[in-house]
Write a protein that binds this ligand. Structure first.
Ligand code: 5AD
Ligand code: SF4
Length: 447
């Protein structure tokens, strides 16, 4: 038996990919281990979306080097592999910059991981680089990942992106948009539900661009896929992430109206509230179009909660543009959100812009925006106090007699409850903070 340690950075897609790697490597005798110290194989599944994410990988790799040397002194071998989007974007540079890395593979090549690892093990000292975009879809070769999950699971239905927002590396690292066929998705979901999964989150870099081939010969959009999944008995909750406003179509909005299993929470990145900036970002929508989409979603499902991504300090962003973003946030009201300083990514169009915003201005704007978003998040959570919310109990809490679950709006809820993991129970919310809720079983269910 050999130990594999996988460290995952970045988005949920990487979390999902890492789970699949574990399954792929099992037939070679690899079992996952919790620490890298004595591992035979260390994999960094990396993220390239912002500069900080990429730099973190290089600094963590430095620590692994010491472990690799220590293992060699004990007569053992530690294969060090770098996968994911940094590998895709900087493959050859990694081999050059980090001489003890044995294997570099892109997100499109990890179905070949067993073969690459065997090569690295057999031919001691050989260094392998595989960052090709294969002609064959990798999903045809991959084992299912979700059966390993507990009560909730991720399911990748779409990968890559054709939107080419001018700040973003995804179209270059993950490649062209690809949707998995409907039957593959439904089969994987059925197996997950059979293994005890109650909630599935459909994943994709631009998941609502989904257009998978279906048995009836048509392409299903995300709305149709959600309707198909909702027919699986035992699948109580469906979510999806992450979406582009331009791909919110009537079918998806109708699914929010008609499918009770589809949770009333949508992560819909807007990035900026200023049309000038949105145009320079190549987002293909205006702030008003975003507002209209939100209105339509809310008319379909009145309690729908929203989340978003924001970038401050995009090249050319003026104070007035930034104020337009604050206005949009004020108007819409987000239940949660992620916000980032613009980070120059090599090879993307915006990296070449001459009117880069100074770091100090970016920091100031991020601080102001995050204060506002945080306040909205706390207000949203506090408005839940006194309500009874259905909570899917996912895992034991930190204290005895406490479980942690999620509300329909993706809030983390600490529940004083006997162990009933995997159930959806009504919880009377008694307290709220910025990041979570607390409550106890509502009387009817406690009886
Ligand atoms: N700089 C800052 N933030 C970025 N994002 C993507 N690329 C960049 C970049 N170059 C953010 C966007 C996206 C989220 C996943 O990461 O907000 O929606
Ligand atoms: Fe990147 Fe999302 Fe834009 Fe695609 S839609 S280019 S993944 S920010």
């Amino acid at each position: 038996m050999k130990g594999v340690f996988i460290k995952t950075y970045g988005c949920q897609m990487n979390v999902y990919d890492s789970a699949r790697m574990v399954k792929l490597l099992a037939p070679l005798g690899f079992v996952p281990v919790m620490a890298p110290n004595d591992a035979d194989l260390v994999i960094f599944n990396t993220c390239h979306i912002r500069e900080k994410a990429a730099e973190k990988v290089y600094s963590e790799l430095g620590k692994i080097h010491r472990l690799k040397i220590a293992k060699a002194h004990r007569g053992g071998t530690m294969i060090v592999a770098v996968g994911g989007c940094v590998a895709q974007a900087e493959g050859a540079e990694i081999l050059h910059r980090v001489p003890f890395v044995d294997l570099v593979f892109g997100p499109q090549s990890y179905h070949r991981l067993p073969e690459l690892v065997v090569r690295a093990l057999r031919e001691d000292g050989v260094r392998v680089l595989d960052t090709n975009f294969p002609a064959e879809p990798k999903f045809d070769y991959l084992p299912e990942a979700s059966a390993a999950a507990g009560v909730t699971a991720f399911l990748t239905v779409q990968e890559g992106c054709d939107k080419f927002c001018s700040f973003c590396v995804v179209p270059y690292t993950r490649g062209a948009e690809y949707s998995r066929p409907v039957v593959q998705v439904l089969t994987e979901a059925r197996h997950a539900v059979g293994a005890g999964v109650r909630e599935i989150t459909l994943l994709g870099q631009n998941v609502n661009a989904y257009h998978g081939e279906s048995p009836d010969g048509r392409n299903w959009g995300l709305g149709e896929l959600i309707r198909g999944l909702a027919e699986l008995p035992g699948l109580d909750r469906i979510r999806y992430t992450t979406s582009h406003p331009g791909d919110v179509d009537d079918g998806l909005i109708a699914a929010h109206r008609d499918v009770p299993q589809l949770m009333p929470f949508v992560h819909l990145p807007v990035q900026s509230g200023a049309d000038r900036v949105l145009a320079a970002m190549n987002r293909r929508h205006t702030a008003d179009v975003y507002r209209q989409i939100v209105d339509r979603l809310r008319s379909a499902r009145s309690d729908l909660a929203l989340s978003s991504d924001f970038i401050v300090g995009f090249p050319g962003e003026s104070e007035e543009d930034f104020l337009a973003t604050l206005d949009l946030v004020d108007e819409i009201g987000f239940a949660q959100a992620f916000s980032f300083k613009y980070s120059r990514r090599p090879g993307t169009p915006a990296a070449f812009a001459r009117d880069q915003v100074p770091e100090s201005v970016k920091s100031y704007r991020l601080d102001v925006l995050q204060r506002l978003l945080k306040r909205q998040q706390r207000d949203f959570n506090e408005a839940c106090v006194g309500q009874i919310l259905p909570v899917l109990l996912e895992k034991p809490g930190r204290h005895d007699g406490q479980l942690v679950g999620r509300s329909p709006y993706l809030q983390s809820v600490h529940v004083a409850a006997p162990a009933r993991l995997g159930e959806i129970v009504p919880v009377l919310i008694s307290a709220a903070s910025t990041n979570s809720l607390a409550g106890s079983l509502a009387p009817a269910a406690a009886a």
